[in-house]
Design a protein. Structure first.
Length: 150
């Protein structure tokens, strides 16, 4: 039986162990980290044509900073960052002056979007402060082959 095929399908992923920590094979990891790359898909430098393992860096959101308070918000409006939610405090003009949010500390592989549930507010801007390796991508070639097909 072949250890892999040249077709980008989960059944064709490498059958040897690709994650020493978990002991998972390429077939088991396919939905998470192992991908078939055709020559056209690798033109941007994301690995070699063939089977590759892609690992996204992770980190934590450690703070959400108010940059611009916007206008027309209300004290009962809620703020959400990823899966974490909290409340906002406004002044008499509806400008956000502070936020109260408890961050879970969960690992994420991309910077979450800040959403405010409001009926009229607009224009608020926030800076999401992270730590760790969010946004870093590592590509490891497992099986190089020019003839990879989609």
């Amino acid at each position: 039986m072949a250890q892999w095929t040249n077709v980008d399908q989960s059944s064709g992923a490498p059958k040897f162990v690709v994650d020493a920590t978990t002991g998972r094979t390429g077939v088991q990891e396919y939905s998470n980290t192992v991908f078939g790359n055709t020559p056209a898909e690798t033109e941007d430098g994301a690995g070699s044509p063939g089977w590759t393992r892609v690992v996204k860096g992770e980190g934590k959101v450690v703070a959400v900073e108010l940059v611009d308070g916007g206008i027309d918000y209300a004290n009962n409006d809620t703020i959400e960052v990823g899966g974490d939610s909290g409340t906002i405090t406004t002044n008499g003009d509806g400008t956000i002056v502070s936020i109260d949010i408890t961050l879970s500390g969960d690992l994420v592989d991309e910077i979450p979007v800040v959403d405010i549930t409001t009926s009229a507010g607009a224009g608020a801007e926030f800076n999401v402060v992270t730590e760790g390796r969010i946004g870093r991508v590592s590509v490891e070639t497992l099986v190089a082959m020019r003839g990879m097909q989609s």
